[in-house]
Design a protein around this ligand. Structure first.
Ligand code: 26V
Length: 810
């Protein structure tokens, strides 16, 4: 159907008539999107079927990436790129008078994730398929994705994100592959042939129904699967006697409670809360996912699961799906009849775990009462894993009670999920060099001593297909014109443009593309917010979740300081700047929401002050999402990666900006360290405390925020403005920010790093005036960004952790 323009047009009009019963002149943009989406899905279905068949036949080892989050964003453009049908469609649409870009806008983002962790999972799926690796995603089909953010009067307001309002063209419901997940009840044991057999009784049965989404590889025939599970009542509505009113209402309540399991994504990725429904979601995901994988292995061959580690590997994305460890033990022992030792040997050869944060407040610990009540059999298994582990520790560290209770999986009436993950997995990895070092030598040092061989690093990456080829086609085209197209499949080849870093015509083209992207973004901003920005100003961008440790506050303090300078002297010599923010705060994260209010309040004053001659603009874009990132990042000049050193495990936004030619201003945190190592100190703006210094302050004290307040007049002014109603708000509005800094001694070292931050910003300003110099640095950044393609990351996972090899689909 995409063979040539005319065939495409003919099929398009036919499909439109078939599925929407409309002619072209009656069709809405949504009709057109749906028609094209359906055609693309039909087009890839042949390869999808043959990929599944060929994996089945070949018995290749496959990886299953278990994650509570897949932040997929939109799929139409990305699928079209990977299937190389974009040009035909574009030409066909031109003839039909349809603008393809506006049709892409009709697709609702699949926002089934909070931020970095979920988007990483999505980039990984793209790389796995593009590298022809047998691997699939396993997640939850939340009815509501991450909330839609509105900003009203400067405050964040959350609305439900009902992304399934229209049919989702990419999914296929597979009720024939449904499985049952059991909650609650109790466990009975009896001895059968000298062996204890366990039976789960009186449980609540939940039907898990899979919806499959194809994952298309780039210019190959691989179509892997993202399987998303939806919770449904396991008895049929019609089996209930509707005449029996009481029964019927009971059923409705039951139905509602079951459906709540896959109803919404938890929107707080900063503070762990021991909510029963969340634990239910986690077990629902792993039990459904695992049962369906085991079922398909059983369908394939009748023999036992003893060789499971040669057939599959389960990747555990943060601790959220860690119950896969006891669930696999349960299946192997209770259903397959294996002994504990056999089951444990298989399990610990099959599971691998990635840690994504060292923030203690995000670590998952479940109260044992809640755990045991919801998952009685799983709890018994976790208890046994813990006992055996502690016994082993006792042999190694006799008498060292403290050390053992520190390492235990169950302690102080809680199940520590990270401990279970480390003990039950053969591999434990961090997501950037610095992060892994911190895990090994600080946060998880006790475990590193016990299992040094398990720990390894896999620095994160991003798919260069979505983040460069798709989001910035003109830059991609320019690169291809200069170095050929090998980099599309070998992103490390981007290094080839290094030789043009000083080349005037190459620079000119890069600069032109950036300007076009900026004009585009300026128009978008004008349409969305009414704010007019100068496309020749420096676009200085911080887009990411709002967290105290990410320090959007440091950015705002810098803006307030610039504004104070400009008010004093509007003729100050500075390149005009536009500060752009995008950030969602967790609904219950009071401090983060205050910062959103502060950004909007400052924006309102700054943008409406005619005296500063348009030298400063501040824009807060509401409802930041994957598709919005694709518009913002290609237009950025400066990338703000300013977390308190040691706190950001990796960051992936930093990589996206770099790949699009923005220069980073950042701390030596997460993957910034590796970006710095790649581009060299002259091509990045590094400031602030190092992670060692930060960690030292945390351990030994010695930092007094108030001393800085007293000695730095700039900061004193800025902080006082929070309290004195300077920005026209009630005086109490920002008092919590003020006290967080001064009374709580500025946990994230905002004041401490302020001076060096401002200094680096001055260097940014100076360099930007010398466009040749700026463009040279920008090109050097793009040239080195190939290392941060998730293709590199995934090749490392495949060879060093998963033990899987590419398999060519014919
Ligand atoms: C924690 C929780 C706690 C309970 C409810 C929901 C929820 C959701 C997510 C999380 C974990 C947050 C960890 C996380 O997102 N880490 C980020 O992972 C990125 C990918 O590795 C990395 O680039 C970021 O630096 C890191 O913050």
């Amino acid at each position: 159907m995409f063979a040539d323009k005319q065939t495409f047009i003919k099929e398009f009009l036919e499909t439109l008539a078939n599925i929407r019963s409309k002619t072209l002149d009656e069709a809405s943009p949504l009709d057109l999107y749906n028609t094209l989406g359906t055609m693309v899905r039909n087009h890839l279905s042949k390869n999808w079927i043959s990929t599944n068949k060929q994996y089945q036949m070949s018995g290749q080892k496959q990886v299953y990436y278990f994650s509570m989050e897949f932040l997929m964003g939109r799929l139409l453009h990305s699928n079209m790129l990977n299937l190389t049908i974009e040009n035909v469609v574009k030409e066909g649409f031109e003839e039909l008078g349809i603008n393809l870009a506006t049709i892409f806008e009709e697709e609702h983002d699949a926002g089934l994730g909070n931020g970095g962790l979920g988007r990483l999972a999505a980039c990984f799926l793209d790389s796995i398929a593009s590298l022809q690796l047998p691997g699939h995603g396993c997640g939850i089909r939340y009815k509501y994705g991450l909330f839609e953010q509105k900003v009203i009067d400067g405050y964040q307001v959350e609305l439900p994100d009902y992304w399934l309002k229209e049919d989702y063209v990419w999914e296929v419901r597979r009720s024939d592959r449904s499985v049952t997940v059991c909650f609650g009840g109790h466990v009975e044991s009896e001895e059968i042939n000298g062996k204890l057999a366990f039976q789960h009784k009186n449980y609540e049965a939940v039907l898990a129904v899979p919806y499959d989404v194809p994952v298309v590889g780039f210019e190959n025939k691989t179509v892997n699967t993202l399987r998303l599970w939806s919770a449904e009542p396991s008895i049929n509505e019609h089996e209930i006697q509707t005449s029996d009113r009481e029964n019927y209402y009971k059923f409705l309540n039951y139905k509602r409670s079951i459906e709540s399991i896959s109803e919404f994504l938890y929107p707080d990725d900063s503070h762990y809360e021991g909510k029963k429904l969340r634990l239910k979601q986690q077990y629902f995901l792993v039990s459904a996912g695992l049962q369906s994988i085991i079922n398909s292995l059983r369908r394939k061959s009748k023999h036992s699961l003893l060789d499971l580690p040669d057939k599959v590997v389960f990747h555990i994305n943060d601790t959220h799906p860690v119950l896969i460890i006891p669930e696999l033990m349960r299946i192997l022992m209770d259903e397959e009849g294996l002994s504990w030792d056999e089951a444990w040997d298989i399990t610990t050869k099959t599971c691998a775990y990635t840690n994504h944060t060292t923030l203690v407040e995000a670590l998952e610990k479940w109260p044992i009462n809640l755990f045991r009540e919801l998952l009685p059999r799983i709890y018994m298994i976790v208890e046994e894993i813990n006992e055996r582990f502690c016994r082993q520790l006792w042999e190694r560290y006799p008498g060292e009670f403290d050390r053992i209770s520190n390492l235990a999986i169950i302690a102080h009436d809680q199940v520590r999920m990270a401990h279970l993950a480390i003990v039950g997995s053969f591999s434990v990895n961090g997501v950037a060099k610095l992060h892994t070092e911190i895990l090994k030598h600080r946060e998880m040092n006790n475990f590193f001593t016990v299992y040094p061989e398990k720990f390894n690093n896999k620095t994160n990456g991003i798919t260069h297909r979505r983040w460069l080829m798709n989001a910035n086609p003109k830059l991609a085209e320019h690169i291809t014109e200069s170095i050929g197209q090998r980099w599309l499949k070998q992103p490390r080849d981007l290094i080839g443009i290094l030789k043009y870093a000083n080349d005037a015509s190459f620079q000119e083209k890069v600069s032109q593309v950036k300007l076009e992207n900026k004009i585009h973004l300026a128009k978008y901003i004008k349409d969305k917010t009414g704010i007019v920005i100068d496309e020749h100003s420096i676009f200085d961008v911080q887009v990411k979740r709002l967290h105290a440790y990410k320090r959007q506050l440091l950015n705002v303090f810098h803006i307030m300081e610039l504004y104070n300078l400009l008010r004093e002297n509007p003729n100050i010599d500075m390149v005009p700047r536009t500060f752009i923010f995008g950030a969602k705060a967790a609904p219950s994260y009071f401090f983060a929401k205050k910062i959103i209010k502060l950004i909007n309040t400052v924006a309102n004053v700054v943008n409406n002050d005619p005296n500063i001659k348009g030298k400063l603009k501040v824009v807060f874009l509401e409802n930041y999402s994957v598709s919005m990132a694709e518009k913002i990042i290609p237009a950025a000049d400066v990338s703000e990666q300013i977390s308190t050193a040691s706190k950001e495990a990796s960051g992936t936004g930093n990589m996206k900006f770099m790949m699009n030619g923005a220069l980073t201003i950042g701390t030596l945190d997460g993957a910034n360290v590796e970006i710095h190592d790649m581009v060299g100190k002259d091509n990045i703006y590094i400031f602030g405390l190092t992670s060692d210094q930060v960690l030292n302050y945390y351990s030994h004290g010695g930092y007094v925020a108030r001393d800085i307040y007293n000695s730095d007049i700039r900061l004193r002014t800025v902080l006082d403005q929070l309290l004195d109603g300077f920005f026209g708000e009630e005086k109490v509005e920002f008092k919590d920010i003020y006290y967080q800094i001064l009374s709580n001694n500025d946990e994230y070292f905002v004041l401490k790093d302020f001076d060096s931050y401002v200094e680096e910003h001055q260097k940014v300003d100076l360099t930007y005036r010398d466009q040749k110099e700026w463009l040279k640095k920008s090109i050097i950044n793009i040239a080195h960004s190939g290392k941060f393609s998730s293709d590199r990351t995934i090749s490392e996972y495949a060879t060093e952790i998963w033990g899987i090899r590419p398999y060519k689909i014919e």
